[in-house]
Design a protein around this ligand. Structure first.
Ligand code: PLP
Length: 408
């Protein structure tokens, strides 16, 4: 959407809200939709090609408004998380459709997702150990719990350990900054021999420092064998997995208990929108559930509805799935993939043409398999750092012009 369309649509939206406020007394206060009403009304997966803005707005009136407030908010979130899970080709066990055990939830941040996973894993291991040895107190178990991540993991992982009151150990990464089986196994053996209880591992796909990838195919089976919860943090790189050529980087997610990435980082959804999936939703609801009288409702234990308050730390929640719905439909899967791939051979060819016609520097291209590549080769004895800097500024300026021309 260019700026003039944005201006027009924005004004239409203000009119829509103002009309809603003017006509609010004519609307029903309590919805008469049944649990699960929304899923059959929309497609089972995101569209490949973009939908029009008019179609989306019409659907808001037809599909969202009858589920005034909470039912629509919850149900659209569940379906949008399935749409996104399908775009990533997540294993079916992470999806909520067909009343499986898994499902997705929108958290505010990757930090929250890691913390929620760690707290759920902590409760799960405590319940398991107490079932086998009822005399064990929670405090006695907590003292011995130990979690692991690579030494390249984001600081939010260490923070989750701090908040969760458990030890978190950094596993030395290998020469490619990846956590590997041997280093994890070594730490596990050492800690178990010292009487500690390993219970939680965070593997990162796309580290903040250098976008390295922990080896999920090695680490995953160890976690499953040792009964440790595996959380996969792909906060910023995860959006790339919607492209088939990058999907292999997610292989091994089938071993995970929970997986998270931030569509608000690289998938065009505005902040905040951190997508988290779990294989077994009862792991979360079992850890965080409390039902005071003022939050009870008629479908409480029917199993028909998702109560997201049990999946997260806050109680209140925003209607964040609307952002996903709009973005996925306005771009279509193909548009989102094109955004991740950012730039075709055509754009690179246009950039080269501009650079060489400006005549300030000269580049010679090549093809690497089917990619058109601009080569920046420095061969002269007299070149200094300042020349390279100047050339880079020049290239950046021309690249911005090419991208601007593409948008117009
Ligand atoms: N994990 C990784 C790999 C990150 O790159 C980041 C932030 O850049 C985070 C976690 C924390 O993200 P958030 O700000 O959503 O908590």
């Amino acid at each position: 959407m260019n700026t003039s369309e944005f201006r027009r649509r924005g004004k239409e939206m203000v009119d829509y809200v103002a009309n809603y406020m003017e006509g609010i007394e004519g609307r029903q206060v309590y919805p008469d939709v049944e649990p699960g009403y929304l899923r059959p009304l929309i497609p089972a997966a995101a569209p490949e090609e973009p939908d029009t803005f008019e179609d989306i707005i019409n659907d808001v009136e037809k599909i969202i408004m009858p589920g005034a407030a909470s039912p629509a908010c919850t149900e659209l979130e569940t379906v949008m998380m399935d749409w996104l899970g399908k775009m990533l080709e997540l294993p079916k066990s992470f999806l909520a459709e067909k009343a499986g055990e898994g499902g997705g939830v929108i958290q505010g941040s990757a930090s929250e997702a890691t913390l929620v996973a760690l707290l759920a894993a902590r409760t799960k291991v405590i319940h398991r150990l107490q079932a086998a040895s009822p005399e064990l107190t929670q405090a006695a178990i907590m003292e011995k719990l130990v979690a692991y991540s690579s030494d390249q993991a984001h600081s939010s992982v260490e923070r989750a350990g701090l908040i969760g009151g458990v030890k978190l150990k950094a596993i030395p990464s290998d020469g490619n900054f990846a956590m590997r089986a041997s280093a994890l196994q070594e730490a596990l053996e050492r800690d178990k021999a010292a009487g500690l209880i390993p219970f939680f591992v965070v593997a990162t796909l796309g580290t903040t420092t250098c976008c390295s990838f922990d080896n999920l195919l090695e680490v995953g089976p160890i976690c499953n064998k040792e009964d440790m919860w595996l959380h996969v943090d792909a906060a910023y790189a995860g959006s790339a997995f919607i492209c088939p050529e990058f999907r292999h980087l997610l292989n091994g997610v089938e071993f995970a208990d929970s997986f998270n990435f931030n569509p608000h980082k690289w998938l065009l959804v505005n902040f905040d929108c951190s997508a988290m999936w779990v294989k077994k939703r009862t792991d979360l609801t079992g850890a965080f559930r409390l039902d005071p009288t003022y939050l009870k409702h008629s479908h409480q234990d029917s199993g028909l509805i998702t109560d997201y308050r049990h999946w997260q730390i806050p109680l209140g929640r925003r209607f964040r799935s609307l952002k996903m719905w709009f973005v996925f439909r306005m771009y279509g899967v193909k548009g989102l993939q094109a955004y991740i791939r950012k730039g075709s051979n055509k754009v690179n060819e246009a950039l080269l043409q501009r650079i060489n016609s400006a005549k300030k520097i000269h580049l010679v291209p090549c093809h690497l398999r089917d990619k058109f590549v601009l080569r920046f080769a420095i061969c002269s004895r007299t070149v200094e750092s300042a020349h390279v800097q100047r050339a880079w500024e020049h290239i950046k300026e021309l690249a911005a012009n090419v991208l601007q021309a593409e948008r117009e």
